[in-house]
Design a protein around this ligand. Structure first.
Ligand SMILES: Cc1cc2nc3c(=O)[nH]c(=O)nc-3n(C[C@H](O)[C@H](O)[C@H](O)COP(=O)(O)OP(=O)(O)OC[C@H]3O[C@@H](n4cnc5c(N)ncnc54)[C@H](O)[C@@H]3O)c2cc1C
Length: 451
């Protein structure tokens, strides 16, 4: 597949690339740092180009228990333990219900009872330095601009550093880990917005927010409101990451400054407002209007796409970092095998595709329906009949790729959801209409703006 602007490669046959590697990785977030670290350990010559300089701000601070063994395999668990706050569970709150706290220790497989809350600037920096220490040629302040795939041959990659000096790379394999910049999906024009997921957000860090007491101090709190949901993620240094993920129509209704809009939004939920009564924003609030999306494909002849560069889903289950790192680890196995067999065709990468899609699908079923009355009721009043609560906990812990027997209990859970939706038909239809309105407003926005 060729990219749109090929000028730089017009005379590709006569070009002499300045730099050569076996694998070139675009982006040094969790996905890129993970796949590069594992591949370089397997003996490949790996280069990673990152347009920013770490440590850099990134939103998304809540990790999941299955991150722990992955961090262990990467050899960074001790470092993450030093920067992270231990998270024992996830707390869900909704009007009319007692808070439902899901402790990971009660999951089906009890081996991973905790996770961490981390500042992403620190966490991503640990991962990137670890990859560099293992031997990856990490270049920061270098932005990849173009790529040319040549059938049966190496690929050419153009990049530019901050001084504007161009670089030309030749690689046997390309990994796109560019996050929501979606480098390849944009160039191939294969990125599709996903109207079923929320993904506009407004967020900031607060000092002086009320934490949960004792062992619960590291738990994430999730609250729903009419336009979406809020998170409260406590960080080790006392700060609280707070955000509202909302339907785009709500964010578009903003007529005030982002800070004012953010504070007004938080005030809509009395419990959130109470926890922030004596708190102050530590820096201006930020907003992102990037909608959820998925690319058509995550692999092809000579390339693989990992993490957010392939898909971004509503972060209500804090799944993004784990999914990015997990795709990095699995991606490294598949790419290693393909390079060793001398066959980097799309066919040799199929295993990757299947597994990653299955993981996204598992989370997505719950995310699409989490705002329906039936699912919310089940979520807010957990029951362990047929091991359903344990299975939900395993899902919340991201234990969905290891063969832990959660399929049957999740199936029963889904059946109960469908039955109770039918029993409470009037309520279900009202909620369906509300969601449909939100989807339509979203589709209308996409149609009007083309973005
Ligand atoms: C509001 C919000 C809340 C979230 N909350 C959570 C949460 O609590 N827990 C969780 O797990 N996840 C959360 N996420 C999702 C999570 O942040 C992402 O899923 C995760 O960062 C994906 O990692 P990645 O490596 O794929 O991409 P990224 O972390 O985005 O890394 C991509 C990197 O590529 C670089 N790059 C991009 N283009 C180029 C280029 N052309 N050349 C060179 N470098 C390039 C970027 O600078 C960046 O460093 C949240 C996301 C949002 C928007």
């Amino acid at each position: 597949m060729q990219t749109s602007n090929q000028n730089i490669f017009d005379n590709a046959e006569s070009i002499k690339p300045e730099f050569k590697c076996d694998v070139l990785v675009i982006g040094g977030g969790p996905g890129g740092s993970t796949i590069s670290a594992f591949l370089v350990q397997k003996g490949w010559k790996v280069a990673l180009l990152e347009k920013a300089h770490h440590p850099r701000f990134h939103i998304g601070e809540s990790l999941l228990p299955l991150n722990i063994p992955l961090l262990e395999r990467l050899g960074v668990l001790e470092q993450v333990d030093k920067i992270g706050l231990v998270k024992l569970g996830a707390e869900f709150n909704h009007e009319g219900y007692m808070p439902a706290v899901y402790y990971f220790a009660n999951a089906m497989d009890k081996s991973y009872p905790s996770a961490y809350e981390v500042r992403r600037s620190e966490f991503d920096n640990v991962l990137l330095r670890n990859s560099a220490a293992k031997g990856t040629d990490v270049r920061e302040g270098v932005r990849v601009t173009e790529v040319k795939f040549r059938k049966g041959q190496t690929s050419l990659v153009a990049a530019v550093d901050e001084a504007g000096t161009p670089q030309l790379w030749e690689t046997k394999f390309l990994i796109d880990a560019s996050g929501r910049d979606t480098f390849l999906a944009n160039r191939f024009k294969i990125k599709h917005r996903n109207p079923k997921h929320n993904s506009s957000a407004v967020f900031g860090h607060f000092a002086g927010a009320v934490r949960r007491p004792g062992k619960d101090q590291g738990n994430i709190s999730v609250y729903w409101f009419d336009h979406g949901w809020y998170w409260m993620i406590p960080l080790r240094d006392g700060a609280m990451s707070v955000g509202a993920v909302c339907w785009p129509y709500y964010l578009q209704s903003r007529k005030k400054s982002v800070d004012e809009f953010f504070m007004d939004t938080l005030a809509m939920n009395p419990e959130v407002a109470e926890r922030l009564k004596n708190a102050r924003l530590m820096a201006p609030a930020m907003a992102t209007g990037n909608f959820s999306y998925q690319a058509e494909t995550m692999s092809g002849d000579g390339y693989l796409i990992v993490g957010d560069a392939f898909a971004f889903i509503d972060p209500v289950f804090s799944s993004g970092v784990f999914l990015a790192m997990n795709s990095g680890e699995l991606g490294a196995q598949v790419v290693d095998e393909a390079l060793r067999n001398g066959d980097v065709s799309a066919r040799s990468l199929q295993k990757y595709d299947k597994t990653i899609r299955r993981g996204l699908k598992t989370f997505s079923w719950f995310i699409y329906r989490i705002t329906t009355p039936a699912l919310r009721k089940m979520f807010m009043s957990p029951r362990n009949t047929f091991h359903m609560e344990e299975a939900i906990l395993s899902l919340l812990a991201a234990d969905i790729f290891r063969g832990t027997p959660i399929r049957f209990p999740l199936f029963v859970f889904k059946m109960i959801y469908y039955i109770s939706s039918i029993i409470n038909l009037r309520e279900s239809l009202a909620s369906y209409r509300q969601r449909r309105r939100a989807w339509y407003s979203r589709l209308e926005f996409i149609w009007k703006t083309g973005t």
